[in-house]
Design a protein around this ligand. Sequence first.
Ligand SMILES: Cc1cc2nc3c(=O)[nH]c(=O)nc-3n(C[C@H](O)[C@H](O)[C@H](O)COP(=O)(O)O)c2cc1C
Length: 398
Amino acid sequence: MLANKTIVLGVTGGIAAYKAADLASKLTQAGAKVRVIMTKSALEFITPLTFEGITGNAVITDMFQTTAEHRINHVALSEVADAIVIAPATANIIAKIACGIADDMLTCTVLVTKAPIIVSPAMHANMYENSITQENIAKLKIRGFTIIEPEVGRLASGGYGVGRLPDTEVIIGTIQQVFGKNGDLKGKRIVVTAGGTREALDPVRYISNHSSGKMGYAVAEAARDRGAKVTLITTPTALAIPTGVETIKVQSAKQMRDTVVKATAKADALIMAAAVADYRPKTTAKQKIKKGAGDLTLELVKTPDIISEVKGKFLKIGFAAETQDLVANAKKKLTNKALDMIVANDVTSEGSGFGADTSKVTLINKGGKQEDLPLMTKREVADKILDRVGKLLGEKGK
Ligand SMILES: Cc1cc2nc3c(=O)[nH]c(=O)nc-3n(C[C@H](O)[C@H](O)[C@H](O)COP(=O)(O)O)c2cc1C
């Protein structure tokens, strides 16, 4: 997604300028060509050498630099940019851009470019909340700039409030979302479930499984990056909430069912990557169950079969995590639950279990078309699934 994209990273004079080094590093690691432009004020906070070391490219700090290495005219970077990202963006740079000022390399580049521009404001809360800054941000939004809302938290300039630069992952997620806007799933509504449900025994205990949620999150992010409007219904996991994805948190199978029913009302596809419990305790104790002298027997009852129960014209994609007879069991599930496709995953095979970053799966369509995929990252698996989802939606005339 970011590979071979040229990203012009504008760094301006705020305390959060040091965080731009992490952003430049992660973008470079993801395969992007990063060209950094620093404002004069940014040089007070971090040196160009840091960015040159990280990106392998010369950093532009002055529109009138004359050394051969740095000589570049004021439109050059705007022409090669696939996107311009200003992070952190000071109140000052936002005001200048909103007024069309072009008195340094960054503002000139912004004024010339046809590439999408992403601005991540970071400043003291009073500066951010000032109506002048808010009006300037509103002007940029009207002109099609993507603004990343700053986060609330402790501010370097003192106090607590809105104005912190979000984590690098949020900025990168936004860049990917911007690149994906015209992807093959543009405008499609895709509901994804993730994680293992928790079926409460009492206020402090539950029955669950080893699902990490990684597969579902990978599908949600990949669908977002292909232009889909994604709703992720997730149980508690250790994963960061994906940027640009509507995320709804649930615990039990019943909560997940109720949420899936609502979320799929206008969906084009439901991808059930969650590991939903088949059984739950018949009763949930109101108080913590005390340890007694003898053993304890639990009575379990069936949970709702979400993918079978939920009705609609959308595609239904299920997952089968199996420990034996993988394909036979998956095919049975595909037919019994009237799915359009099933992703069969032998969770006992190496590198393919719960919590792993890779997975080896077999994709089976309703018509029987079967494809054994090699071991690949969950993100790659997600894209393979979405390739098929795109095709199936096309066949359905959606
Ligand atoms: C220590 C220090 C920290 C600053 N932090 C910020 C900040 O986080 N956000 C901001 O908008 N301005 C901040 N400023 C003010 C800017 O540096 C100032 O407005 C400058 O003119 C911005 O120039 P630029 O937009 O060309 O980079 C800070 C100034 C100082 C002295």
